[in-house]
Design a protein around this ligand. Structure first.
Ligand SMILES: O=C(O)CCC(=O)C(=O)O
Length: 207
């Protein structure tokens, strides 16, 4: 399960019941009072996901976190649910890590959803220097997940992230490039009644 120092792919970690509850919570949040939106990033391009940030908002024009969605509608980021935080701490523990997450980026991928290779490096310098992990949880359709090195030109490994899988990268793996090249439509467990893919990444900004 440790695919590289500090990087763990925990397959089938969540039971179907846990996935069902979490997926329903996520869908309610995505269409809630502060709904998900398609971010437009610094270069002017639109992302290929619907995004909702919880606990702290990630501004895709500034590549920085803030309290309110100043790049979109000015609404405050909804709070991070305790259940999400506890789940992430449990998953980090399974990978031998501890952290106190204070934000979650929740992404919904439709059939054409994808995310380019990038580093998660907008959390505080102390958080990154401490190697506090990013904990990712996948629900619904499977995804071809790309996992590279700490330089963009490093070789990239492809892994299939399936519903109920978790992926953790901290310590020496914290700044490794990663992304999603494609979704496999229709591959979600039918019990979830979910078309598409949900991904939660929990992170700790404040140290
Ligand atoms: O969807 C995924 O598996 C990865 C998401 C991601 O890289 C991110 O939110 O920064």
């Amino acid at each position: 399960m440790e695919i590289a120092p500090g990087a763990f792919h925990l397959e089938h970690l969540l039971t179907l019941d846990e996935q069902r509850v979490l997926a329903a919570d996520c869908m309610a949040l995505l269409d809630g009072d502060v709904p998900a939106y398609v971010p437009v990033v610094r270069g002017g391009g639109s992302m290929h996901v619907r995004m909702l940030c919880l606990g702290r908002h990630w501004n895709g024009k500034k590549y920085a976190y803030e309290e309110t969605r100043s790049d979109f509608d000015g609404l405050p980021a909804p709070p991070l649910p305790d259940a999400f935080k506890q789940l992430a701490q449990r998953i980090a523990g399974a990978a031998g890590m501890t952290f106190d997450p204070d934000l979650c980026i929740l992404n919904y991928y439709g059939p054409d959803g994808r995310m380019g290779l990038h580093q998660d490096k907008d959390e505080s310098a102390q958080s990154i220097a401490a190697g506090l992990p990013v904990v990712s949880v996948s629900l619904g359709d499977s995804a071809r997940f790309l996992f590279g090195g700490t330089r963009r030109r490093d070789p990239v490994e492809t892994r299939l992230l399936e519903s109920g899988d978790a992926f953790v990268f901290g310590g020496p793996a914290r700044l490794r490039y990663h992304g999603v090249s494609r979704i496999i439509p229709g591959s979600a467990p039918p019990e979830l009644h979910l078309a598409g893919r949900l991904n939660l990444t929990l992170r700790q900004y404040d140290v």
